[in-house]
Design a protein around this ligand. Structure first.
Ligand SMILES: C[S@@+](CC[C@H](N)C(=O)[O-])C[C@H]1O[C@@H](n2cnc3c(N)ncnc32)[C@H](O)[C@@H]1O
Length: 204
């Protein structure tokens, strides 16, 4: 896969100057589809996934539904994000990484999506005030993503908390999905009464 060239943005979005949200590991694409419907005219939505079949199906939905603010690209986001975003003419205001594959085996850690090149690319383009939303039902997976963003904390990132007055670790978890659009996995997990672990960062 790759090298990665950004699309001609005016061919994929009606208004390529709108703020951009990127969903990394966009899977079925339904999460982004709902967000794109709710925010047509105010934001563009880009989904990245390694699975070409899912990407093709998501783009077909965008066409059928005439969603001119949503587009999907087949890419290994870990290495492609930087070059894909390089020419986007608007601001990057939101990045989501939702329920990434856990890759539990130590020898598979290198396959996890959140690695240094991905964090560097996000931090290079995310606008001040822009948000990063991370979630999984596997606590260790979110803690691993957090570890990768840690070096930017304080400096250029702050953790958005709903509970102001505590340093207790659990209280760092963001209590709800800030987009208002639950993913399919989120619905299933919460339906079984299990927790989702969420972190929300803001670029300062
Ligand atoms: C467990 S699914 C979660 C899908 C979706 N985010 C959700 O919450 O329903 C993880 C997705 O990440 C994709 N993926 C894994 N590694 C990736 C990478 N390096 N770049 C882009 N997508 C990746 C997989 O193909 C899969 O669709």
């Amino acid at each position: 896969m790759g090298p990665y060239y950004p699309p001609v943005w005016a061919m994929v979005f009606t208004n390529p100057k709108l703020p951009l949200s990127v969903d990394i590991g966009s899977g079925s694409g339904r999460f982004l589809m709902l967000l794109a419907k709710r925010n047509s005219g105010s934001s563009n939505f880009l989904g990245l996934d390694v699975r070409h079949k899912l990407v093709e199906r998501s783009n077909a939905w965008a066409e059928q539904l005439q969603l001119k603010n949503m587009h999907f690209i087949t890419a290994n986001a870990t290495i492609a994000l930087d070059s894909l975003l390089a020419t986007y003419p608007g601001k990057l205001t939101f990045v989501s990484i939702l329920c990434p594959d856990p890759q539990f085996k130590t020898r598979h850690y290198k396959r996890r999506i959140v690695q240094r090149p991905l964090v560097n690319a996000i931090m290079k383009y995310l606008a001040v005030g822009g948000k990063i939303f991370l979630e999984s039902d596997v606590e260790e997976v979110v803690l691993d993503m957090k570890r990768h963003f840690k070096e930017h904390l304080g400096d250029s990132l702050v953790l958005v908390k709903k509970h102001e007055s505590t340093s207790i670790e659990e209280k760092e978890w963001y209590p709800e999905n800030p987009t208002g659009v639950p993913t399919e996995r989120e619905v299933a997990v919460l339906g079984r009464g299990l927790p989702m672990f969420r972190l929300l960062y803001e670029r300062v």
